[in-house]
Design a protein around this ligand. Structure first.
Ligand SMILES: Nc1ncnc2c1ncn2[C@@H]1O[C@H](COP(=O)(O)OP(=O)(O)OP(=O)(O)O)[C@@H](O)[C@H]1O
Length: 412
């Protein structure tokens, strides 16, 4: 755990880089520090491993004031990843990664074995890359080596200063995903500096939004985006913060709509009767295991005139023959996502499948569907809940917009 208590850093020329900073990073938590250039993020970070000393205030690591610790000992407990990676050019990738464990007294063979494991962990096959020199790697691969090297001594704390800043956006997103996967198992205490709000939102359990030398807001990504505390934060996170919030708002059971559901092996006439009783024009079709198979229009089940699926014009369906099942009329649709997935993924899945809804499943079990109107309501509810600091299902909105469940697919 890292705790800042009233920490100020003024440089001899009179610049106050950090002004009376108080905050805490819990054990296993990833906190992103985000803000414009020169606002004090790097200064904050470098005070944790004592590359910079505060002018006043104190910093505690697991309850210990770091000013009383030997800086070399302190740095062994803290992994440090920077944008310019700083690999030794004349050492191989494996030796670069093994350097710290070796320095810490591990026998060379053991340190190299551990380094190979770490390279594997960050997605670099040690047999393919271990013997290369840093100049023989891409920028993204060098960043991975930087992360592996920082993890080599298994420090409980990681400081990361724009570690993915020097690579293109596609590689960057890839590295972010890999790092999130790693962090979900390693659970290091991480302070992560970035000037990119998207990166801060994607990675952070909490975000510290910096103004000049001060934290303007320190909260979860959802709250920072949904309820910016100050006009400065609102401007920094951007006018499209509602859209960004889609990435950090999970689908919850209360968001889902419950259209009629039929099974593949249900008799067609019985399914048709149910739909007609419900006044529904279509139903979700599940397979025998309760997972999504697709959907079926009521008209197809009853044999009523229906537009063909290719949308070329009106058509006339024959009445379903005796013994027909839903399977004979069902249309496949694969727009599905797990409960808890972000709303952004729901929207993206709908667009990808050109569908008016997406099925939400718990494992293989169908729970309900999310429609564009429901998605909008979920987002509004989440934003209102965060502002009022209550659970999302405690919020009732004045109006629930939307015309109901649109039929899926182009035939709808
Ligand atoms: N050695 C120094 N002497 C004087 N001023 C300094 C020194 N180091 C940093 N500063 C100033 O302190 C302020 C904060 O710098 P810092 O590097 O912490 O910002 P930052 O938020 O990390 O910026 P960036 O995103 O550009 O890296 C800046 O105004 C900077 O010019």
């Amino acid at each position: 755990m890292i705790r800042f208590e009233h920490v100020t850093k003024s440089y001899p020329d009179g610049t106050t880089a950090v002004d009376d900073l108080t905050f805490e990073v819990a054990e296993g938590e990833l906190v992103t520090l985000v803000g414009p250039s020169g606002c004090g993020k790097t200064t904050t970070m470098k005070m944790v491993n004592r590359l910079i000393e505060p002018t006043s205030g104190r910093i505690l690591l697991d309850g210990e004031d770091i000013s009383g610790l030997d800086p070399v000992q302190l740095r062994r407990r803290i992994g440090y990843v920077i944008q310019q990676v700083g690999l030794f050019p004349h050492k191989t990738v494996l030796d670069n990664t093994a350097t710290v464990p070796h320095l810490l007294g591990r026998p060379r063979r053991e340190a190299r074995a551990r380094a190979a494991e770490l390279l594997d962990l960050v997605g670099l096959d040690p047999s393919a890359y271990g013997d290369r020199y840093p100049e023989q790697l891409s920028g993204g691969q060098r960043q991975r080596v930087g992360v592996a090297r920082a993890l080599a001594a298994d420090p409980p704390v990681l400081l990361m200063d724009e570690p993915f800043g020097a690579v293109d956006p596609v590689v960057r997103e890839h590295l972010q995903n890999e790092f999130l996967r790693l962090q979900s198992t390693l659970r290091k205490t991480v302070l992560f500096v970035t000037h990119d709000i998207e990166e801060a939102v994607r990675l952070g359990d909490r975000i510290a939004v910096y103004g000049a030398g001060r934290i303007e807001q320190f909260d979860t990504p959802a709250t920072v985006l949904g309820a910016p505390a100050t006009p400065y934060t609102a401007e920094f996170v951007g006018a499209d913060r509602g859209l960004k919030r889609l990435s950090v708002t999970p689908v919850e059971p209360g968001d889902l709509e419950q259209p009629p559901v039929v099974r593949l092996d249900d008799p067609a006439d019985r399914a048709a009767g149910r739909l007609s009783a419900d006044g529904a024009s279509w139903a979700v079709v599940l397979d025998a295991d309760g997972a999504l198979h697709g959907w079926v229009p009521a008209a197809a089940l009853t044999g009523a005139p229906a537009a063909p699926a290719d949308g070329t014009g009106p058509g006339l369906r024959k009445r379903a023959p005796q013994g027909a099942t839903v399977r004979d009329h069902a249309r496949r649709m694969d727009a599905r996502l797990p409960l808890g997935a972000p709303l952004r993924q729901a929207l993206s899945t709908m667009l990808q499948h050109d569908a008016g809804w997406v099925a939400v499943q718990d494992g293989d079990h169908f729970l309900g569907v999310l429609t564009p109107a429901r998605l909008h309501t979920a987002l509004r509810r989440a934003t209102t809940a965060d502002a009022a600091n209550v659970a999302r299902d405690e919020v009732s909105l004045d109006t629930v917009p939307g015309p109901g469940v649109p039929a899926p697919g182009p035939a709808g």
